[in-house]
Write a protein that binds this ligand. Structure first.
Ligand code: SF4
Ligand code: SF4
Length: 338
């Protein structure tokens, strides 16, 4: 069946045929539906897997991969712009801090890699021999512009980005992990393991055991805003990914101590544009981002996306568009930081 025919069927019966969307949702919520992990080839020899290789490979995948594009009616449009890439070593003390700040359920790179090592019958590597590769994929100008015009529910391009972006990034990370494992380098993508299930924890509410956003902060790629999105040099409208490798890669970005360094509100500058954009009242001056209220609104969007866009996905991101941190670090902050 041609891709065009498949897409027609996919659009006609989204509840029956949008396996990608259903699998993505099940994977995120229940840790289900993922393909088996690649197997370590202990005689694989070694390639040159340095920082440059990861930057070039990730950039090439995001910009040139056969699956990089949107579906009908935006067929052929790229989902993302060129990524930002950063690294953080597995023994960085920040991972202990995450156990306190995010919660004890959050994996360290050593813990998730120990799972992969055990599966492959090899000794778990030391934390200092591991690195996290983190990447931020900026959402395109067209998609941001569409979402900027929305008042309650996500734009179609945004919904497609949410769905295809997730599937696409899991696909190319899996390709990279498979290549590394074929060449004898232990690697793991935490969000495609059975342990990755987003659930409600008593202390922290909805959370997953591996936060790509916190990995990106650790790698110096950005800091958090009032809306909990990461504000990077390319803004806060993006998708984030990360994976762990048994390689010593050098971090090459400066990580601000202040986790809110790039948010106007936390720098005592007037803003709160994200609060005004939120249709669910989930952002407030007093309580910042209310994850429960946000989650309820985002979950309700599934029905809207299914009815209007014929895809099985949830999303929102209104607070990440039409705000001063949408496509870069706000100018006032750049001026303050010199
Ligand atoms: S819109 Fe303003 S207050 Fe909200 S995250 Fe961005 S900079 Fe911070
Ligand atoms: S994602 Fe949507 S519901 Fe959640 S805080 Fe942002 S605007 Fe509000």
């Amino acid at each position: 069946m041609t891709r065009k025919k498949m897409r027609y069927r996919y659009r006609r019966f989204p509840m029956l045929s949008d396996w990608g969307g259903i699998k993505s949702a099940l994977g995120e919520m229940k840790g289900m539906g993922y393909p088996p992990q690649p197997v370590l080839n202990s005689n694989g020899g070694s390639g040159v897997y340095d920082e440059k290789w990861f930057v070039n490979t990730l950039t090439d995948k995001v910009l040139n991969h056969a699956e990089k594009g949107m579906e009908y009616p935006f067929y052929g449009e790229p989902v993302f712009d060129a990524p930002l890439v950063g690294f953080v070593r597995g023994d960085d003390p920040i991972f202990d801090t995450f156990k306190t700040v995010i919660g004890p359920h959050h994996f360290t790179p050593a813990e998730i890699m120990a799972w992969q090592a055990e599966k492959n019958g090899v000794q778990a590597p030391r934390a200092g021999d591991l690195s996290v590769v983190s990447f931020v994929m900026p959402i395109t100008q067209k998609t941001r512009s569409d979402n900027r015009a929305q008042k309650t529910w996500p734009a179609e391009r945004w919904a497609q980005t949410r769905l295809h972006g997730e599937i696409f990034s899991q696909l190319f990370v899996r390709e990279i992990v498979t290549e590394l494992m074929n060449h004898g380098v232990l690697a793991v993508s935490p969000d495609v393991t059975p342990m990755f299930n987003k659930k409600r924890y008593p202390e922290v509410g909805w959370a997953s055991p591996w936060s790509h956003r916190h990995m990106a902060y650790a790698a110096g790629l950005g800091t958090f805003g009032m809306h909990d999105f990461l504000i990077t040099e390319k803004g806060c409208a993006h998708r984030v990914g990360s994976f762990v490798v048994n390689l010593k890669l050098e971090p090459d970005r400066i990580r601000p101590e202040d986790i809110h360094a790039y948010c106007l509100h936390f720098r005592n500058e007037s803003c709160l544009a994200c609060m005004k954009r939120c249709p669910a009242g989930a952002i407030s001056r007093e309580n910042a981002h209310d994850k429960e209220a946000c989650y309820k609104h985002v979950a309700r969007s599934t029905r809207y996306c299914l009815k209007h866009y014929r895809i099985f996905i949830y999303g929102c991101g209104l607070c990440a568009t039409g705000v001063p941190c949408e496509s870069g670090i706000p100018k006032k902050i750049c001026d303050i930081m010199g």
